[in-house]
Design a protein around this ligand. Structure first.
Ligand SMILES: [Cu+2]
Length: 172
């Protein structure tokens, strides 16, 4: 799918989104078996069509824990607009490791990449573990409006308040 996105960008087809979607639908109908054989779900193809990689990027920062060792997400409530592109900056300023676990949320976003250090990870991601001092960037486009839970899956952390709420609202 990354190659597909890059290819579309190269061909400067993003300005013709409607035509592109029509063509995608036609090619999906004609070549559904091929898409599946290549490992692309129909949903992934649709997400790619809605994900122009040069679209503007809203930056949102979330700290996992704090320097005092608090078991919290700061902030713990985030709101996203469907079909906008976001860069979620995660860091862990605390002395212990934490998880950013939000399975239902990650099921309804299209992840462009997760970048940590010099590594970029492509494709679906369900949770990230950040060791003390770690930073990661998660670039994605929310798709389905709703309210989804966030927690840290380290034993005892979610139970003592390391939880949050991720909301997606329908855009214009
Ligand atoms: Cu934690």
């Amino acid at each position: 799918m990354v190659n597909l996105v890059a290819g579309m960008k190269d061909l400067k087809l993003w300005g013709q989104t409607v035509g592109l979607i029509k063509r995608l639908l036609v090619s999906m109908a004609a070549g559904l078996v091929l898409f599946w054989a290549m490992g692309f779900g129909v949903a992934d193809v649709a997400f790619a069509a809605a994900a122009p990689s040069q679209q503007s990027l809203d930056i949102v920062q979330v700290h996992l824990g704090n320097q005092a060792g608090g078991l919290v997400f700061e902030p713990d409530t985030l709101t996203f607009e469907a079909r906008k592109r976001y860069k979620l900056l995660l860091d862990n300023p605390s002395p212990v490791k934490h998880y950013f676990t939000a399975k239902d949320f990650t099921d309804v976003i299209w992840t462009q990449k997760v970048e940590a250090g010099k590594v970029e990870v492509k494709g679906a991601i369900h949770e990230l573990e950040l060791k003390p001092g770690a930073v990661a960037e998660w670039v994605f486009i929310p798709q389905k409006p709703g309210t989804y839970e966030l927690h840290c899956s380290i034993a005892g952390h979610g139970e003592t308040g390391m939880v949050g709420q991720l909301s997606i609202f329908a855009g214009a």
